[in-house]
Design a binder for this molecule. Structure first.
Ligand code: NAI
Length: 330
């Protein structure tokens, strides 16, 4: 039986994790979940929000499914999510974005993939208070990290029969940092002549995405733009409740939805488990359990197509009722 690390998270995390574990179990696939807690809830007992045991578990099992963990805004501890990605060198954040059956949206043929650099940029956490009225954040872009994420995007495009990779920067203004990312992209692109290489500035991208997202295929972006743009692309397919993601490194991979811990609906049995479930489906494909992944995906799509939805998608089902419908369709 395969052992997989499960981080239940906080906020809506435990509710959606519970749903996904039950659905996988109902599919007939046996997984030995190595449950690890992290975030504010463990600080009192363990002193830190991301104890070593969590990292050790993922290093040992190589694969984790992660529900969201709250990060205090403006003060408090550093993001568990950012730290996890950095400590495990999960350099590629992959966020596919495709219409789902039964989920009405403005655009019908959205099928694009956001490839976000996951380890540096303004998320490196290098900040300093200059004086009471001034603070600095340092944007770090390196050739090494830029090269491997651009290469990842092109390799992904080839493996998944995509035709284009578009690099997204603001290199007209940040000529050195974004300029380096763009320069490296151009060099890497030369090695992939079968894939079209395109360039766009991030502000223009946002405008074009909301006008017609079908103009885009694979996008590769530095960390901050990738974070923001992937929430925008989530909105194109029905919102954060359905947007899946994965953090991939050389040794380990952590699958997690795009959304956060949604404290506004915590404990109300309202959360949509689809984003975490879609992340888990990708995880199962990644570890070679393709038949089970497809079986679960089919049941999820059937449930949505039949009109059974949680409130974020305009439906009236609770998390547990939606979960029960998917299990019924399995
Ligand atoms: P959020 O993604 O948690 O919520 C934004 C809005 O989307 C809220 O109205 C929420 O109710 C809704 N939403 C999100 N997921 C949903 C779901 N599955 N079903 C139905 N509705 C859903 O973003 P917010 O409020 O900015 O962040 C809350 C916390 O989550 C913060 O502490 C943030 O740092 C953390 N966060 C954690 C992430 C992670 O663990 N990977 C990623 C993003 C944010």
């Amino acid at each position: 039986m395969r052992t997989i690390t499960l981080i239940n998270g906080d906020g809506i995390g435990p509710e959606i994790s519970d749903s996904v574990v039950k659905i996988i179990e109902a599919s007939g696939l046996k997984i030995d979940w190595d449950i690890q807690t992290a975030g504010a809830d463990v600080i009192d007992n363990e002193g830190v929000p991301l104890p070593d045991r969590v990292l050790e578990s993922i290093k040992k099992n190589k694969i984790a499914l992660k529900a969201p963990v709250t990060t205090p805004i403006g003060k408090g501890f550093r993001s568990v999510n950012v730290q996890l990605r950095k400590d495990l060198d999960l350099y590629a954040n992959l966020r596919p974005c495709k219409n789902l059956p039964g989920v009405e949206t403005r655009f019908k043929n959205v099928d694009l993939v956001v490839v976000r650099e996951n380890t540096e940029d303004l998320y490196a956490g290098v900040e300093e208070q200059i004086d009471n009225d001034t603070a600095h954040s340092i944007k770090i872009i390196t050739r090494k990290a830029s090269e491997r994420i651009c290469r990842f995007a092109f390799d992904y495009a080839i493996k998944n029969n995509r035709h284009e990779v578009c690099v997204v920067t603001k290199a007209n203004i940040m000529k050195l940092s974004d300029g380096l990312f763009l320069e490296v992209f151009r060099e890497v692109a030369k090695e992939y002549s079968q894939i079209n290489a395109r360039e766009i500035l991030v502000d223009n991208l946002c405008m074009q995405l909301v006008q017609d997202p079908t103009r885009f295929d694979v996008l590769v972006l530095p960390n901050l733009y990738g974070d923001i743009v992937s929430d925008l692309t989530a909105g194109l397919i029905g919102g954060l409740g359905v947007a899946q993601g994965a953090n991939i490194g050389l040794d380990c991979a952590v699958f997690e939805p795009v959304h956060g811990s949604a404290p506004d609906i915590k404990g109300q049995n309202k959360a949509n488990p689809t984003a975490l479930l879609m992340s888990a489906i990708e995880m199962l494909k990644y570890i070679g359990e393709v038949a089970y992944a497809e079986k679960i995906e089919k049941a999820l799509f059937k449930t949505l197509a039949e009109g059974f939805k949680t409130q974020d998608l305009g439906g009236n089902l609770s998390t547990t009722d939606f979960t029960a419908k998917i299990i019924e369709n399995l």
